[in-house]
Ligand binder design. Structure first.
Ligand SMILES: [Fe+2]
Length: 414
């Protein structure tokens, strides 16, 4: 594979999504940011354009919406709640670049979100995908044996119509499929029917960057021991996803903790799902800890793509975001330095910020992981800056897991 940064517009048959256009991103940038590739959608039984939204259920959406604006630099664009007739819950729609997060918190004591939150804590309930043809996808999903949780239906409001359906994936997570162009008309509202445009009173401090991340690169799913291959097969069979890099066994084992991981992606690689299962080791793996505290399979981390990880990390640290520590030994190891070679900044700059670096035959990537975002040791974020590499930081797994284990040990879960 060649360095994608040299690709010219003639190389591509991919169109920008509405969200990417609004975020002023271009194909060239997206190829570098998230490893977008060309593919022929006409042969795909389940064409997926890209991410539509990541929907979180949280204990307090009102406060979480503040957090994602203040700390993560996201912009509030939409809202649904008691003020516009939704008496069940409040939902805040936030954007950063081409990605949209929706935060939902129960208002009514009878809301089904309460039971979900009681069981799982804060987490991702819906990895919603934009598709050009919901009916085609749902028909394919049914034929391939998936569980359909919402039959295709058209929903409308004053901004127009969308057609949506949904299928179940691991645990209590679902994929809502959203078709934003119905009968030639593209929906013009801030998110989905039922949501109003909302502008925040929050004002960014002077000098704050426009945004801290431009896109979503991948979402990792944690599943039970022995279930990883079943879910890989689900994504292959039901959604036509292709297999990417594969990591097994020793690659990502420490003395105590181990996991197995395989990666599937949609045709254009906008949507990438590494799937992890725990592997047998001397002590409890980080995946077991997740499964125990999330009470089952679920989304483990979201990788946020940035074109300036140094700035992003500096800004996040100023706001109090805590990252996993990396021992100085990682940066001082001559073997590691030889493997990494030249990257865009001196290694000392990475060492000062504890940013990890990995290289493969296609290029390199810079990455760092936050500590868990909520009260339970479950969901966290990764910040990733790709330079040609389409990998996931395989070379860093061991260094990283040793760091995760130190945190696990502090919580008494190792
Ligand atoms: Fe990752």
């Amino acid at each position: 594979m060649t360095d994608t940064t040299t690709a010219t517009p003639q190389d591509t048959h991919i169109d920008l999504t509405e969200q990417e256009r609004e975020a002023d991103l271009n194909i060239h940038e997206l190829k570098r940011l998230v490893g977008l590739v060309d593919y022929d959608e006409s042969k795909d039984p389940f064409p997926v354009t890209g991410w539509d939204a990541i929907v979180f259920v949280v204990g307090n959406a009102t406060q979480a919406a503040q957090y994602y604006q203040n700390v993560w630099g996201m912009e509030l664009v939409g809202y649904s709640g008691p003020e516009n007739g939704n008496r069940d819950h409040k939902a805040f729609v936030l954007k950063s670049g081409s990605i949209r997060f929706v935060l939902k918190g129960a208002v009514s004591p009878d809301s089904p979100l309460i039971a979900h939150h009681a069981l799982h804590g804060d987490g991702v309930v819906d990895i919603s995908l934009e598709v050009p043809d919901v009916d085609k996808c749902i028909a394919q999903a049914k034929a391939a044996g998936a569980r359909v949780v919402l039959e295709p239906e058209t929903v409308s409001d004053e901004y127009g119509s969308v057609r949506i359906g949904a299928i179940a994936t691991y645990g209590e997570t679902r994929h809502t499929l959203v078709q934003r162009t119905v009968d030639g008309q593209t929906y013009a509202g801030p998110y989905l029917p039922g949501y109003d445009a909302k502008v925040s009173t929050f004002v960014k401090r002077d000098g704050a960057p426009k945004r801290l991340f431009q896109a979503l690169d991948h979402i990792v799913g944690n599943v039970e021991l022995g279930k990883m291959d079943e879910w890989v097969s689900f994504y292959n069979r039901v959604m036509g996803f292709v297999n990417m890099a594969e990591f097994i066994g020793d690659d990502i084992a420490t003395d105590y903790s181990a996991l197995m991981s395989k990666v599937v992606a949609n045709g254009n690689h906008r949507v990438k799902f590494p799937l992890n299962e725990p592997a047998i080791a001397k002590k409890k793996s980080q995946i077991d800890e997740y499964l125990e505290f999330y009470k089952g399979p679920g989304a483990q981390h979201l990788a946020l793509a940035t074109n300036d990880i140094l700035r992003t990390v500096d800004e996040l640290r100023k706001e109090g975001v805590e990252f996993l520590d990396t021992p100085d030994a990682y940066y001082d190891d001559p073997e590691m330095r030889a493997r990494i070679g030249e990257v865009r900044v001196p290694i000392e700059e990475l060492k000062a910020r504890k940013i990890l670096v990995d290289r493969d035959e296609d290029g390199y990537l810079l990455q760092i992981f936050t500590k868990p975002l909520g009260d339970r040791p479950t969901v966290f974020f990764e910040i990733i800056e790709r330079h040609g590499s389409l990998g996931f930081g395989k070379g860093n797994f061991k260094a990283l897991f040793e760091s995760i284990e130190r945190e696990q040990d502090k919580r008494g879960n190792l």
